[in-house]
Design a protein. Structure first.
Length: 395
């Protein structure tokens, strides 16, 4: 699937930067164009792979290149005011070569969480053929009340303004005892790996085998077509590296290169097991999978270890556990790969305890902030009025 990536804010820019590196290392050919937008000049300068002419600094008149300080209302205002500046760069993207736009932003900050939904709404008015997706990063509760409040507001806005919001929960991916800051880099790697496998399916290079059951851009678009919120699971198992081209005959006993053929029953069981692990394991956004509207399964790895029967059994199992009648699936052959992996996309999920808790904590934080503000104003008034009867006025 060919994507136009837009990283909005600090985290969004870093993740898009990692996507570009992943694209180069894996030759997956996912990213057609990449843009980074920020109110902080230093964050843009720190990117290694987004080209200089695709880095957009907005809000210079308002914040002088220093960021919005986690004020997502200000981030939204600046984005609204400078849509033309952003559009001038986005206009350079060859949309005839793009299947979809993906806006990547942390929901807890100021620039991305405020500006991302504004840009999504704008792009949906202009580009009627290409879907506008969001990839939203939900902050850990330990990051503080203001970030939780920002995330609750931004989550609602992103769901409303995008064709689908793919979510990643930082809380679910932090390692025990590790600081939030220390885990960011590892978390970003996980984000890129999971979504890279999904979006890379179908973009086969010349030295790779053609998939038995191709997962192309239309399959992904149809899975995300219902809108709402999407979560992704992934599981992998190491296998011996296949170093030479095998082709589909290598999967058939007695065929050319048949000596490399792996036990069919074993492959079927491995793939079915991986699909179950991916679905029931750690999702990018933990949720109740029953009731998911649509799903997509992509199994990647050396061609000799892929098995249509295993994928089909896994697909039917997902139909049973989710209750969905729209479960698509296919394989993604990768030569010189030492793992067989299963990526499962669940779209239209609605029973999400993490989001309900996020909204509850955000409401409490909003009420606490209002109380603190009221108390501060009262104390300041008392401080100023104290002794005013005895003091002579300055003017």
């Amino acid at each position: 699937m060919k994507l136009a990536l837009i990283g909005f804010g600090q985290a969004g820019g870093k993740i898009v930067d990692k996507f570009l590196l992943y694209d180069k290392q894996t030759k997956s050919n996912i990213v057609r164009e990449a843009v980074a937008i920020n109110t902080a000049k230093a964050d843009l300068m720190g990117l290694a792979h987004v080209s200089g002419d695709k880095r957009i600094l907005i809000g210079q008149d308002r914040v002088k290149g220093h960021g919005v300080g986690a004020d997502n209302s200000l981030g939204a205002e600046i984005a609204e005011e400078e849509l033309d500046i952003m559009q001038n760069i986005i206009d350079q993207i060859p949309t005839h070569e793009v299947d979809a736009f993906l806006i990547v932003a942390a929901l807890g900050g100021g620039t991305g969480s405020g500006g991302g939904p504004i840009l999504a709404r704008h792009l949906k008015k202009i580009y009627t053929k290409e879907p506008i997706y969001g990839l939203g990063i939900i902050p850990s509760l330990e990051e503080g009340g203001i970030y939780t409040l920002n995330a609750a507001k931004s989550f609602q806005a992103f769901v409303q303004e995008t064709d689908n919001l793919l979510a990643f929960d930082n809380d679910a991916w932090r390692m025990g005892g590790e600081s939030v800051e220390g885990s960011y880099d590892a978390i970003n790697e996980e984000i890129v790996r999971r979504f890279g496998v999904l979006f890379g399916a179908g973009e086969i290079q010349e030295d790779n085998d053609i998939a038995e059951s191709v997962v192309d851009a239309s399959e992904i678009i149809n899975t995300l077509a219902g809108g709402g919120v999407t979560t992704v699971g992934y599981a992998a198992e190491e296998v011996p590296v296949q170093t030479k081209r095998g082709g589909i005959l290598a999967r058939i006993p007695g065929g050319k290169r048949g000596e490399q053929f792996q036990d069919s029953a074993n492959n079927t069981n491995r793939i079915t097991s991986l699909i179950r692990k991916a679905t029931l394991g750690r999702l990018t956004l933990p949720c109740e999978i029953k009731g998911a509207e649509r799903a997509l399964v992509v199994v990647s790895g050396p061609p000799n270890y892929l098995n249509r029967k295993g994928i089909e059994k896994g697909r039917r199992w997902i139909e049973e556990v989710t209750g969905s009648m729209e479960v698509r699936g296919g394989d993604y052959p990768i030569l010189n790969e030492n793992k067989v992996g299963a990526a499962v996309m669940l779209s239209g999920v609605v029973n999400i305890p993490r989001i309900k808790n996020l909204q509850r904590v955000a409401i409490e934080a909003q009420e606490n902030m209002a109380d603190i503000r009221s108390q501060s104003e009262e104390k300041l008034r008392e401080l100023i009025e104290e002794g005013t009867d005895e003091l002579e006025p300055l003017f």
